[in-house]
Design a binder for this molecule. Sequence first.
Ligand SMILES: Cc1ncc(COP(=O)(O)O)c(C=O)c1O
Length: 423
Amino acid sequence: MTNETLTKPTKREYLRETEIKYKEYISPSLARLLKFSGYGTVEMKAEGCYVEDPGGEKYLDCAGGYGVFSLGHRHPRVIAAVKDQLDKIALSAKVFYNRLMADLAEQLAIITPGNLKYTFFCNSGAEAVEGAIKLARLKTGRTKIVAADNAFHGKTLGALSATGRDLLKKPFSPLLPEVIHVPFGDIEALETAVDEHTAAVIMEPVQGEGGIMVAPGGYLQAVRQICDKHNALFIADEVQTGFGRTGKMFAVEHWNVVPDILCLAKALGGGVMPIGAFVGTPEVWEAFKENPIIHTTTFGGNELACRAGLETIKVLQEENLVENSNKMGELLKSGLEEIKNKFPNIVAEVRGMGLMIGVELAQEKFGGSVIMEMAKRRVIGVYTLNKPKVIRFEPPLIITEEEVKMCLDAFLEAAEATAHRLG
Ligand SMILES: Cc1ncc(COP(=O)(O)O)c(C=O)c1O
């Protein structure tokens, strides 16, 4: 199979074969879910803000891999850097120094806020959260973790314990003991939950899968103070919000707060390589002093991923993408608000920061129709995992005004069609 555009009958055949292989070898129920998702096609190629199917149909990617494609798909500079790296060394032999890992750790120390300095590299967001929880337990000698309702921190057992949705957790219980959830944004509840047994409070500054919920003013400062009062650590999970997504390099900067540990992944690989990381202060990193290999992972910090990470940071800075996130974010948000005013029975609320915007629909049943109608207009929109009533807009930070307009036109027509059908 080449990756050239296919004729209509061949495309149909290719899609049918893929569906059958999903059913036979991956999961029959996932095959069904994807078939009825509104897209029902195969991703074949991608570039910039677009994903292309086998028939050459191009979709504007307003989901952006839930934060992965901040530089768009296959940014030419990241591709060139990774290709060049392939000819040198791809994965770490793990016995010599790894220069690219050291370079990327240095860059992260420079761009992350406050005294965050040391980095451990892994391969995904959940792994970053796992490592952060382990480090917090090691540093404090305590086991209790406080997290937020509706939070999403990943699906490995430790990260899942901190995730705030029973539907995802119940089938796997018992999970980590002593993980307590409090309503996001409720300072009093946090004050009650955090005590001298608490190792850490883990929070997303803007809950992604929880429905694009922005921490209310003063909340993250309160999290910091409450942690300090009880000598507990503050873990900020910026797996989704990091690297300019919310209009600052890191979302905690909106609140001028410095966590003890910062979890990163998704956009760090430039949409080309998988990579995760957690960054900690020197004080917290002390805990690793006695045994520096107490926490390791084979592929973490590999040269290909680090080279992608280094180029990603340069591109973000040199192409002023954090600024563009703000500018395009404002345009998108105000356009969505206009649509909300036109269709108040369909759209209940528009919220978010930078290019991390959520549209809460008036009823959950509208979600399928809105997504399907957007898909018909070749715009990718998806709902948030823990709140299916919310359609998220997280397009690449390279998005142009013209593309924001395309996205708004598609959403307007999708809202119109939904109002006509169900409203
Ligand atoms: C805030 C946050 N933390 C952690 C994760 C888990 O990341 P991964 O899917 O790479 O394990 C996600 C994934 O969506 C996330 O949004």
